[in-house]
Design a protein around this ligand. Structure first.
Ligand code: HAM
Length: 415
């Protein structure tokens, strides 16, 4: 036998119920975003590597170790996108989406790629549905973005705790960084190897380290919320007030920092205890567009991890009943069955036409195997009489009706 080729490590097939769950999660989120008047943006899967290095940050795990990068045939450095925000910011600038002077609300959906160690809920190709608002500094937008994340969780019946924090701005963050650095330096020897390395380049990331020793040190570190300038403090306060007004439950986590460098002011994560992972995350990035060569543009957004939400969705909406149309006889019966099956589909009824040949018993076995709820046999007698047996495979009941009557009965079932 020839050698079988397998999927690449960290990449997966989504088949059957998994694929349906994928669609359910994405469609549920998309409905909510559409209702909030977000517009879809379809982005390329690859970008120049420097876009991610400049936006996510050179000293982040994503850029340092997790990107799928390669050179194209012209020797240009290209990367499979590890996230969507950088691409949206690039598209916003390149297409001058700021030209009409209003803010823009965009959403996207698709594959992201990170070369991480695969485990449950962590893959090398995963999917995000994300939303970005570009061109407003209004804290109403922060509250609404978090509310949308909450609405997605509620619609999917997924339990997660919303944690929020503020990372300050260009004015107040350097002072905090200084205080944090000083504190961490005093504990340098107790930090893990990675964090010792991070100390000068990215001290905030140490607060997010999963190593127990580092977490203990992080617990007593200075809190950014004690260092916020007046403007950031007021902004943060407003966001919290609006969330309360909307009835969104959240907890404050002064050590929430996020793994990407572009954030300022509000950051948030929706953490699932069941999964032990963050399922939706985001925040403000008021400097990113400008840093990528665009006009000063305060912005914010979030991305939901589709696979992680799929792991927490317990129940899928039922599919409408399935009808199997069984041709029984010769060519004429096959042709009539073909037409009748299409007539049912025209009416929105989920219909399968049996391609199986052979005894009627085999046809009913096939009906059970594919999970049909009803069968209709189209044979010589049925065509002659104009009456067709509609059989309910659950109750075993059979009624004979003219075809258009069957359509009516099934339409009420398909709701
Ligand atoms: P992120 O926290 O890197 O943020 O990713 C967002 C979500 O993507 C995570 O909370 C998680 O659910 C999912 N995710 C990340 N990595 C993996 C993986 N390897 N396997 C499965 N799921 C994963 C961002 O990407 C930002 N762009 C979010 C954002 C948008 N901030 C502002 N706007």
């Amino acid at each position: 036998m020839a050698e079988k080729v397998k999927t690449v490590r960290g990449f997966r097939d989504l088949i059957g119920e998994e694929a349906r769950k994928y669609r359910y999660v994405v469609d549920t989120a998309r409905d909510i975003l559409e209702r909030n008047n977000f517009e879809e943006i379809i982005l390329p899967t690859v970008e120049y590597t420097k876009l991610f290095a400049r936006s996510i940050g050179e000293a982040t795990d994503i850029v340092e170790k997790e990107m799928f990068t390669f050179q194209d045939k012209g020797g240009r450095d290209i990367a499979l996108r590890p996230e969507g925000t950088a691409g949206v910011a690039r598209a916003y600038i390149e297409n001058k989406l700021y030209a009409d002077g209003t803010y823009k609300k965009l959403y996207y959906e698709g594959s992201m790629f990170r070369h991480e160690r695969p485990q449950k809920g962590r893959y090398r190709e995963f999917h995000q549905i994300g939303a970005e608002v570009l061109g407003t500094s209004n804290p109403l937008a922060d509250a609404e973005i978090i509310k949308i994340a909450d609405d997605i969780l509620k619609a999917l019946k997924v339990d997660a705790t919303i944690e929020i924090n503020s990372l300050g701005c260009k004015k107040c963050r350097p002072k905090y960084r200084e205080a944090l650095l000083q504190y961490l330096k005093e504990h340098k020897e107790e930090l893990c190897e990675d964090c010792q390395r991070r100390l000068e380049r990215n001290p905030l990331r140490i607060l997010d380290c999963k190593v127990e020793g580092c977490q203990l040190i992080a617990k007593n570190a200075p809190k950014i919320t004690d260092y916020l300038c007046e403007e950031c403090k007021t902004h943060h306060q407003k966001v919290k007030e609006y969330l309360k007004a909307l009835g969104v439950e959240f907890v404050e986590n002064p050590y929430l920092v996020r793994g990407l460098d572009y954030y300022s002011k509000t950051v948030f994560e929706c953490v699932s205890e069941e999964l032990g992972k963050t399922v939706i995350a985001g925040g403000r990035y008021d400097y990113l567009v400008e840093e990528l060569g665009g006009p000063p543009t305060p912005a914010l957004g979030f991305a939901a991890g589709v696979e992680r939400l799929m792991l927490l969705v317990k129940e899928l909406p039922k599919r409408p009943p399935l009808v199997l149309v069984i041709p029984f006889g010769g060519d004429r019966e096959r042709e009539e069955a073909l037409k009748l099956a299409h007539r049912l589909r025209e009416e929105g009824i989920r219909t399968e036409l049996s391609y199986r040949e052979g005894k009627i018993r085999k046809q009913f076995e096939f009906a059970n195997k594919i999970g049909a709820d009803y069968t209709i046999v189209v044979g010589e007698n049925e065509l002659k009489q104009g009456l067709f047996p509609l059989k309910n495979l659950h109750t075993r009941e059979e009624i004979k009706l003219p075809f258009e009557e069957i359509v009516k009965v099934l339409k009420t079932q398909s709701g």
